[in-house]
Design a protein around this ligand. Structure first.
Ligand code: CA
Length: 284
């Protein structure tokens, strides 16, 4: 049984979306078995393995949604699941309870059971290398690659400028205040070297009346759903600091990185203190 995050939904070999929290069971058997094919009658399947699974939540990309006409639904698909340096691809998957309608925003928000007719395992995948963060300097001018509560601006009150380029992320007024990114490729701890770093620029906002300690917490997130706090810094009005973390000394053996998160908190709950982030990098 496998349990992991961020599996890739495929259609004819092309990625069409992401799936969160996949549970996967592969029962090896030399006997043929009965398979429940959607709402049609059960049929006898020749095979060496009975493959079933469940995922919670999925996101279907807009390119694929545009391609579907009428009432879009997820019927058959392939699913690629990565665990450390191994990838399992499941072929000819179908939903156990029949086709699932895809809402306009592409988000499937529930738990779904599925079956697959065959699978393929690739081992000893190469370690990812180089920069793993997309749009770390926010130079697209928006939150491309990120999720979170932040505004992308060119300066803060004319006082704080970007660390580099033209844009920075500023915490939004009176919100949760975080940015989060799921990496395009998982990074197993075994792939980290002494040169692997997580770094970002962090600046306190500007306010002419109050000096308040603003706190930035940064986390490394893992495929098993856990996370490690790697930075907890306090900064005052108009201060700017560059944070650089040696990843190898923070990540536990056996864990696999699949995302990062930076949160801003301040000492006055609800006060719209504005902190800034720029040049986020996770370099393996
Ligand atoms: Ca920038």
């Amino acid at each position: 049984m496998y349990k992991g995050h961020n599996a890739v939904l495929l259609k004819d070999g092309e990625p069409i979306g992401l799936v969160k929290d996949v549970e996967l069971n592969i029962d090896k058997s030399l006997e043929p078995y009965f398979s429940i094919q959607a709402r049609s009658a059960s049929k006898l399947v020749e095979g060496v393995a009975q493959i079933s699974g469940r995922f919670s939540k999925a996101w279907i990309n807009t390119d694929f949604l545009d391609y579907l006409v009428g009432n879009p639904a997820l019927t058959s698909f392939d699913l690629a699941v990565e665990l450390s340096t191994m990838r399992v691809t499941l072929y000819d998957c179908s939903m156990s309870k029949g086709a699932v309608p895809i809402p306009q925003d592409g988000f499937l928000k529930e738990d779904y059971d599925f079956i697959a007719l065959s699978y393929f395992v690739e081992e000893n995948l190469e370690c990812p290398s180089g920069e793993q963060i997309t749009n770390g300097g926010f130079e697209t001018g928006d939150l491309t690659g990120w999720s979170g509560d932040a505004e992308i601006v060119t300066s803060v009150d004319g006082v704080i400028s970007p660390h580099s380029g033209s844009y920075l992320a500023r915490s939004a007024y009176n919100k949760t205040r975080y940015v989060e990114q799921t990496l395009g490729k998982n990074v197993p701890q075994s792939c980290l070297t002494g040169a692997s770093v997580f770094k970002f620029w962090f600046a306190g906002g500007y306010n002419s009346c109050k000096l308040i300690g603003t706190i930035a917490r940064a986390y490394i997130e893992y495929t098993d759903g856990s996370k490690t706090e790697v930075s907890h810094e306090t900064i005052e009005n108009e201060d700017m600091i560059w944070i650089e973390i040696d990843l190898k000394s923070y990540v536990e053996v056996g864990k696999t990185i699949n995302g990062i998160r930076i949160e801003i908190i301040d000492n006055l709950t609800g006060y719209g203190w504005r902190a800034c982030i720029d040049d986020v990098s996770l370099n393996v």
